[in-house]
Design a protein around this ligand. Structure first.
Ligand code: MEV
Length: 340
């Protein structure tokens, strides 16, 4: 717990839902992601001693601490990895420009840090809690040490953090956490384009199963290495769907968006990343009258999404619950990272 009267910075960032393009976006293709109204927040304070302290009770991290000189080394608990590497990357990049008033100049390189995270959502939903906490960490340190960073500078440092921790990943969830709204995004932040979306009547169904994104992404990579031509065609097909979906979303053509969701789900089934539970929930939603439905994220578990005409909303929610899903109250297209 952060108790004393030192300056405290509080930052929050939203979680995300992938609308179109998962997996293909790891291989240079575009995707469409939206931010959700469930957020991660982080409180940050400077420490007098050159020590990093983290409390993240939602992921069972209590009073985890180590000398700054050990950041990134040794056994790091899973729940602490993204935050620890975000701190390490921030200090490596910006240590030399931390203003001298935050410590005497001899100790400037050792400005210690205390962080505490709180999540409004369970890390098991697949809303990107690790990425949102890396974004919050970088923004909080920049505010704490009064260093001005652009959104793209935060993105680049957070993306390095994701690659340091899990090796593979597109960074789409970081973009949602930083910029908010609904974004057309290309791998590694090559394009980050906000889309003008008015209203997206989504239903979100949670499978109750936590997907292990890093493992699923590695499995898909192994499949790609085995069948490169086949999978390349799938990624090209998904990219075409994403481009059509961008136009349909901007025109608010919900029927077309729904049909494109169904097409995208077909490709995800072919990639082998859906699951019996996800597919049951997706079919239940479609049969109950959804414009379309698909999994959202890595697959294997986490959440599915359905686009619902308002007259069918209740029936679709009931159908999803009947096959064992849990409907989550989620609003989309919300604000990005901010000082609170
Ligand atoms: C996981 O939520 C989405 C993936 O496309 C991985 C990524 O983009 O980093 C499977």
């Amino acid at each position: 717990m952060i108790k004393n009267m030192k300056k405290t910075i509080t930052i929050s960032a939203p979680g995300k839902l992938m609308l179109f393009g998962e997996h293909a976006v790891v291989y240079g293709k575009p995707c469409i992601v939206t931010s959700v109204n469930q957020r991660i927040s982080i409180k940050a304070q400077k420490n007098d001693e050159p020590i990093f302290v983290l409390n993240a009770p939602d992921v069972e991290i209590n009073n985890y601490s180590k000398p700054l000189s050990d950041l990134g080394n040794g056994e790091i608990p899973k729940g602490a990895k993204f935050v620890e590497f975000a701190v390490l990357n921030f200090l490596e990049k910006y240590r030399s420009v931390i203003p001298a008033r935050f410590a005497d100049s001899a100790r400037r390189a050792n400005a210690g840090i205390q962080l505490e995270t709180v999540a409004q959502f369970k890390s098991t939903f697949g809303f990107g809690s690790s990425s949102a906490s890396a974004v919050c960490t970088i923004k909080a340190l920049a505010e704490l040490f009064e260093i001005k960073l652009t959104e793209k500078e935060i993105f680049d440092l957070a993306y390095k953090t994701v690659l340091d921790v899990q090796g593979l990943g597109s960074g789409f969830d970081l973009a949602a956490a930083i910029y908010g709204g609904t974004l057309y995004f290309v791998t590694g932040g090559k394009t980050i384009q906000p889309l003008a979306i008015s209203h997206l009547p989504l239903i979100v169904g949670y499978t109750g199963v936590k997907a292990d994104t890093a493992t699923i992404v590695k499995e898909v990579k192994a499949r790609f290495e085995k069948y490169p031509k086949l999978l390349k065609n799938i990624y090209d097909g998904i990219a075409m769907i994403v481009k059509e979906a961008k136009i349909a979303l901007e025109k608010n053509d919900l029927e077309k968006v729904g049909q494109l969701m169904n097409l995208n789900q077909g490709y995800l089934e072919t990639l082998g990343v859906s699951s019996e539970k996800l597919s049951a929930m997706i079919y239940a939603a479609r049969i109950a009258g959804a414009y379309g439905a698909k999994l959202s994220g890595a697959g294997g578990g986490d959440c599915m999404i359905a686009l619902a005409p308002s007259s069918k909303r209740k029936a679709i929610e009931k159908a999803i619950e009947k096959v064992g899903g849990k409907v989550l109250e989620v609003e989309v297209n919300t604000e990005g990272v901010k000082l609170t």
